[in-house]
Design a protein around this ligand. Structure first.
Ligand code: PEP
Ligand code: MG
Length: 320
């Protein structure tokens, strides 16, 4: 189906019944933007900003950041662009932000926790984003800028981030759901945030208590696990109840069958590596929303990841 997907015209992401599922891309810098647009990206679901900070012993200036954000927004003019504020710590510690001596950095002062402890860095990043947004709009090349925080674990952190983001004129402020606590409280988190984006890489790591970088526990790091799927369902149901978008930006969204399951659980957009767009687009078109929900139910009913995958496949073959 890779060949078939490649020769088909690029259409917006949708299910067979016409339900729109925007297909967005994860980008780690602004360089890949043109290629992503050419592959049919409808926007950016996750712009990781770590690269701006990783190359130096100091934080980048507002001006340096602004230049990159302007390039990104202009490349996606008229489209949605979700920028994640700095996610430092754990696998990507920064000398000016993180304590290098934590015994369990994945459970330490990372993501929004670290930014909050060095709030000037967060404020500079929000300033640069606001300036880039204003400049690209003034030039007629504005995008629909959404801003989100990584590693949010509590409702209080959600209140903190949405408040500070709005101080800088951010119109759509959201949080990543990558810690089980925030998935379990998604109904309250989405009463505050404008949207949620599920990071399935970290959500799986924290749900299964398995370091995502450790090969010896790699079998636990499987987003098909029904425990992970149940948490995704919590967020999907909260999104539906509040009428707010729930995106997926972890690697799971790039697995075509799992993408169908995630939509069945309530995801309203999917973000992935640009090279995954074609196969996910082609697979979504084979199922209605009702069928995606039935396929998700089959996966949820399984005891483990392998059985969930097999159950989804079996349910899918009877419905398409
Ligand atoms: C995730 O955790 O799924 C995610 C998208 O963020 P990152 O991979 O950058 O931690
Ligand atoms: Mg993450």
């Amino acid at each position: 189906s890779r060949a078939a997907a490649a020769s088909a015209p690029i259409t917006p992401g949708a299910l067979r019944d016409g339900t729109e599922i925007p297909l967005l891309v994860n980008l780690g810098n602004a360089e890949g933007a043109a290629e992503a647009v050419a592959l049919g990206a409808e926007g950016v679901g996750l712009f990781r900003t770590e690269f701006l900070f990783l190359s130096s012993s100091q934080a980048p200036t507002v001006e340096q950041q602004r230049a990159v954000y302007e390039k990104l927004l202009a490349a996606f003019a008229g489209k949605k662009v979700v920028v994640r504020v700095l996610d430092a710590g754990a696998d990507k510690p920064l000398p000016f932000l993180n304590d290098a001596h934590e015994e369990n950095p994945a459970l330490g002062l990372r993501g929004l926790r670290a930014l909050r402890a060095s709030e000037d860095i967060l404020r500079e990043q929000l300033t640069a984003l606001a300036e880039a947004d204003a400049a690209t709009r003034a030039a007629g090349k504005g995008a629909d800028l959404w801003v989100m925080a990584p590693m949010v674990a509590t409702v209080e952190e959600t209140e903190y981030f949405t408040k500070i983001a709005r101080e800088y004129g951010v119109k759509t402020a959201g949080v990543m759901v990558e810690v089980p606590s925030s998935a379990l409280l998604a109904d309250r988190i989405l009463a505050v945030a404008d949207f949620a984006s599920i990071g399935t890489n970290d959500l799986t790591q924290y749900t299964m208590a398995a370091d995502r970088l450790l090969g010896s526990v790699a079998t636990f790091q499987d987003p098909w696990h029904p425990a992970v799927l149940r948490l995704v369902r919590e967020v999907g149901e909260a999104g539906r109840a509040h009428g707010k978008p729930v995106g997926i930006c972890g690697e799971a969204a790039a697995d075509p069958m799992l993408a169908v399951v995630l939509v069945g659980l309530g995801a309203t957009s999917l973000s992935m590596a640009p090279t995954a767009l074609a196969d996910v687009r082609a697979t979504l078109l084979q199922y209605t929303l009702g069928e995606a929900r039935a396929i998700a139910e089959a996966a949820l009913a399984a005891n483990d990841a392998a059985s969930a995958r097999a159950a989804a496949q079996a349910a899918a073959s009877t419905s398409s």
